[in-house]
Write a protein that binds this ligand. Structure first.
Ligand SMILES: Cc1cc2nc3c(=O)[nH]c(=O)nc-3n(C[C@H](O)[C@H](O)[C@H](O)COP(=O)(O)O)c2cc1C
Ligand code: SF4
Length: 547
């Protein structure tokens, strides 16, 4: 019988030579007359070990990572295909690896285990049980289940998913839509991509359940165009779902044509297609996203009306993040209580944290809310990649706060983070070592807003441009104290006067840099000559550290 060898086909693995490793393993096996069956799974999220090659043995899958093309001959010589330990890349059973063993994987339980486009693999590991359960329930009963799970949107705003669905459910109207936000623009985030590349049927199933709940028949996945691998895998999965009647007219469960639900045809339909974004951060904002799907330039809409009431093409629309939809099959399969049992306070369930930046063991860590940053970056991340002291951690994407060590024991839940003026966002965690210049980071945050602002409102469009200028003057020592005060006022204006969170949250990283890293807010000798200002500069050359 052919030996099963698993080699991931996700973006991270491909970026690290995974395709070549797969080709060479196949070729070497042929040369040595060893019968192998190469399966392209998704990543388990231990990115520093990719390409993580796994071999099926009678005791379970044994891993080797990270494998490069130069390791192939030695791996065969060591008989890795029998799960042999005698090779330095041998990591044992991946499930026993502390990085995975300490996680609470509800959403990512199948990631890296299954072939992402194998419907039989998906079914074997509890796939479509949630939809089967949903098909036997009323829309209201599904929504009640989602409400009592405590699930809050994982795209950033943490709005209760069940309440959003209830609003759409309660709207009258022939046409309702389900829209998945797969724009994933936050720095250091990749959990949505991992879902789409490792377990795409889970997203399709979650969206189908949402459609049943609110009475929608059409859905769109708004996918960022920078994710070509996710696009390919997701499209393949959608095609397969159609072929097996999990999408389309008269939805069926258990993958069999004409299979009846409780003795009757389901009579429910759901069509799903992908729409590609065009590399604009603001198109992740739900109303700009809807404009973009409608073929317009992505511009933020005034609210009200909420998209739940007047969304896509003016119809009631559920817009949820990939991770929000991906949590749904588990909730419908295991019951809302099983999900709500994880977490703390009003933050129920798990959050897939994404460790990125200057970190030794970058990857995906799914844990119940309530863990700490320190645990994540030290126990899982194993410190910085450069092996220098860690100095700052930005949590929640480019609009999230930079946190110093004094804040790393804060519990990772929505309320605790809000109490320190920070956000969890989409769970992205970007680590910086002691060489980071926090004034530069503050400037970067402001400049990000200049580049990505949709331009609809003045505080954000003009404020961010002026903000960069003010930061440059601070760096150059021009009216240092006055400009620092001006920056603070400008930030407050953006917080209170912006139309959407892009403008109102941009000050979060900037103000956190000033608050927590005052020693970096100082004149830079190398920038002074670049800025010209005719105003009084006698108060320059100060540092905030002593204030
Ligand atoms: C500037 C900006 C960018 C955003 N980008 C994303 C994104 O990439 N993905 C996402 O799911 N939500 C993003 N959001 C949040 C969405 O507007 C919206 O709250 C979310 O898609 C709702 O889904 P959820 O309730 O499941 O979180 C962004 C918001 C803003 C203001
Ligand atoms: S805050 Fe910025 S991104 Fe949001 S509406 Fe205003 S200009 Fe557009």
């Amino acid at each position: 019988m052919a030996i099963k060898i698993y080699i991931p086909c996700d973006t991270t693995t491909l970026a690290q030579g995974g395709e070549r490793v797969a080709l060479l393993i196949k070729a070497e096996a042929t040369n040595r007359s060893i019968d192998v069956d190469i399966i392209r799974n998704g990543s388990r999220g231990l990115f520093w070990l990719e390409p993580l090659v796994e071999v099926a043995t009678k005791h379970g899958r044994v891993g080797y990572g990270s494998v490069t093309e130069n390791d192939i001959t030695a791996l065969f010589d060591a008989k890795f295909y029998q799960g042999n330990k005698d090779h330095p890349l041998h990591i044992g059973y991946p499930e026993e690896h502390p990085y995975l063993k300490k996680q609470q994987r509800l959403t990512f339980a199948r990631a890296g285990i299954i072939d992402p486009v194998s419907i039989s693999d998906y079914l074997k590991y509890d796939g479509y049980k949630g939809l089967t359960s949903a098909l036997s329930k009323s829309g209201q009963a599904i929504i009640d289940e989602v409400k009592s799970s405590g699930l809050r949107g994982r795209g950033g705003a943490a709005f209760p998913t069940g309440i959003k669905w209830q609003t759409v459910h309660d709207c009258s109207g022939e046409q309702k839509y389900i829209v998945c936000n797969a724009d994933e623009g936050d720095s250091g985030t990749f959990a949505d991509r991992m879902v789409m590349e490792a377990d795409p049927f889970m997203l399709i199933e979650g969206m189908t359940i949402a459609a049943l709940a609110v009475g929608a028949t059409k859905g769109y996945i708004y996918l960022r165009s920078e994710y070509p691998v996710a696009h390919k895998i997701l499209q393949q999965a959608i095609d397969i779902a159609y072929q097996n009647n999990y999408l389309g007219e008269d939805l069926q469960v258990n993958g069999q044509t004409n299979r009846l639900v409780n003795g009757q045809a389901s009579g429910k339909s759901f069509d799903l297609e992908i729409r590609l974004g065009a590399e604009a951060y603001i198109c992740g904002e739900e109303t700009a996203l809807l404009d973009s799907i409608e073929g317009k330039r992505g511009l933020v809409r005034f609210k009200p009306p909420l998209p739940a009431i007047e969304g896509l093409f003016g119809c009631p629309t559920v817009v949820n993040n990939v991770l929000s939809f991906a949590a749904i099959p588990f909730i419908l399969t295991e019951g809302s209580q099983a999900y709500a049992d994880y977490g703390m306070g009003r933050s129920r369930g798990t959050l897939p944290f994404q460790l990125a930046g200057n970190i030794k063991q970058g990857g995906l860590v799914e844990l119940a809310f309530g863990t700490s940053l320190r645990e994540l970056v030290e126990d899982f991340g194993a410190g910085t990649f450069t092996e220098r002291p860690m100095r700052a951690i930005q949590v929640g994407g480019p609009l999230g706060a930079y946190l110093p060590e004094s804040q790393w024991d804060t519990r990772l839940d929505y309320e605790s983070f809000s109490s320190i003026g920070a956000v969890l966002g989409h769970g992205g965690i970007v680590v910086f070592d002691d060489r980071v210049d926090m004034l530069e980071q503050a400037r970067f945050s402001m400049e990000f807003c200049v580049v990505e602002s949709c331009g609809k409102c003045t505080p954000c469009r003009i404020g961010s441009t002026r903000g960069v200028e003010v930061i440059d003057k601070i760096s150059a020592g021009i009216n240092f104290a006055d400009n620092l005060e001006l920056l603070d006022e400008l930030c407050e204006t953006m917080v209170h006067g912006s139309l959407c969170a892009m403008g109102s949250m941009t000050p979060i990283p900037i103000q956190s840099a000033i608050k927590y890293f005052p020693e970096d807010i100082k004149v830079k000798s190398n920038i002074k000559t670049k800025i010209t200002d005719t105003s009084d500069s006698t108060r320059g050359s100060q540092s905030l550290a002593g204030k």
